[in-house]
Design a protein. Sequence first.
Length: 360
Amino acid sequence: MKILFLSRYDRLGASSRIRLYQYFRYLEAHDVEVKASPLLGDDFLKLSYAGQGIPKRIVAYAYIRRATEVIKAVLTSEYDLIWLEKELFPFLPAWGEALLDLLKMPYVVDYDDAVFHSYDHHRNVIVRSLLGGKIERVMRGAAMVIAGNNYLANRARRAGARRVEYLPSVVDLDLYLEQPPPRGKCFTIGWIGSPTTARHHLTIIENMLADFCRDGASRVIAVGSGDLNLPGVPLEVRPWSEESEVSDIRSFDVGIMPLPDNPWERGKCGFKLIQCMACGLPVVASPVGVNRRIVEHGVNGFLASTAEEWTAALTELRDNEELRIVMGKSARRKVEKEYSLQEASPRLLALLRSVAGRHG
């Protein structure tokens, strides 16, 4: 079987890396040839995270290159299947996906966030009018929609997708050591994400964190947040890298994932929680979307909505090392059972083969 993988980004893009690239080794070991063709490279993402403007000529060239790739795939019948991340061309109509469907070129489309809200909730009425139903059209044309949570899967079903399969975001357990390193005297609250999510998520609980850390017994580590200022919070900012992220997480005592309760966040797949849990850490998270499924309140962590609930959860974990250990072990077991690459890879291979075989 030969698959053309059309991702949004290269490996620096978290969704592309976790939802697609990390499966390549397993697929190739099972006689699947995969060609990866990201729409935008890592340099684009670095500029975006830095808040710099992206030259339009770069985007235009990327779109032309992708259109050429798709046309070639259709004309040569070289591939058994196209594996698409979210959509072919962001902020353009679904003409490319419609052409693939018309010409009977099967494609599988993967979603790990509510990208449809980029259109149907856009502040520009023209965008809402022209593209509000775009992702639904992409879903309907796909041979299969793979969704990272129920919010996304239900959207695909309502759109009339032919086939919808649930596949959570997962971690490679071989890369995640369960036993955390020896702890220091300071209780460490850890968060991992991007500059964009840091600005929108950590600021939700910044006042609570400042109050909680006021006695000097606790600190916060933010990995991948970029330049972040949380007044009154003893904060250490670390740059993200694929090589160091696991060791950074293992330096936490607890992982946190605050989220606002809105439609976009309900589409998230909770991957940062899963990473922390894979390292044997308890977690505290907002009860939003898939977080409710990942976090078993009082078993592998706590769900917290208010500042008082966040403070109570962190206080209990700070003051009770044995509880942290017990919850951390429970967290690891849940990841091993439900959120591991080792469990998900055979299932993904079977799903891809079922689609390619039906259209072969």
